[in-house]
Design a protein around this ligand. Sequence first.
Ligand code: SF4
Length: 364
Amino acid sequence: VNNVITASRMNCLLRCARQHFWQFEIGLRREETGLALRFGSAWARAMDARWRGQSYDEALAASIPEGVELDMYACATLSALLAAYYDYYGKREKIGKLHPEVQFSNPRMIYADFTVEGKIDGLGSLKIGTSVLLEAKTTSDSLKQDSDYWLRLRFNMQILHYVVEARVIGWDVRDLYYDVTKKPGIKPKTINDLDGDGLKIVLDAKGKRVFKKNKEPLQGGDKAKGYYIKSHRETPDEFCDRLYKDACARPEHYFARREVPVIDDELQSFERQRLALAKLTEHFRNNEDCDFITQPRDPEAWPRHVSKDTCNFCSYKSFCLQNISIDINQPPAGFAVRPFNPELQNEDDATTEETIDDATETSI
Ligand code: SF4
């Protein structure tokens, strides 16, 4: 039985109890066919390198480790935003520095043998001398002062989990330092091809360029005659260039930093919530119609939260939404039962840990 409470686990249980059952009670996971790196993880690696004093080139190289892949347009987005970030905040970090990653395992939660575990990779010191938990995040939300995003961050499970445990192991974290980057709203677009004079190229149905009677090149399409403007999908390089210029032109739209004091009452509320989630896990287990030893586990004891906000990003939707029963001794094609909490074991496995959290925001 998996009695380790992590931030991912708490988020998963709140998202969907059935998803939590498969992931954290059974250990059912998709078999990876080559590690695909998500943008959020790549950005987190780049920020980690930057806060440890590395240059743009070093941070970019660190963002995509060997053996993992990132889609070409995601690579273009990463290089453009990272270059604009370095331009905006300077070649080196002046505000502070990150300390080496700290792993914790505290058997303090005296409830049904649950322990709290995690890896804190955001412990840092600001130049002014404060110990902080540095959170480098990406989000699709607005970064304006009055955005609800900032309010929601204060209740982020991972941040609170880390602050509580960092204090337990001796780090006097009094402030949170948020370093947030907005994921771009712009997407690759269709671009008109131009000739050497900067004019559009209009072709007929046979692919021949069309000219007016006065021999000047036609500059508009005509569906009825089968004329169309020659164009192509923006290449990753073109997209990278456009995004970089956009981020440099309005950096406050893409980048924001905030220092926020940790409030002890909020930490206490979080600890109550964490305990409640451990008890809820126990409650669902008790709700199972099996003895855990001779009979298979019972997913029906764990309610589904069916919604496009949860199911669209869920690994288990292929069988869950079809209401297909699963034999965990013979997992569905593409799935395997694996050890729990791989993010606590090694770094590469941690990339597979992201689920819906990464769809909207990701931290270091
Ligand atoms: S498909 Fe939906 S209901 Fe089923 S486990 Fe996933 S999130 Fe829950």
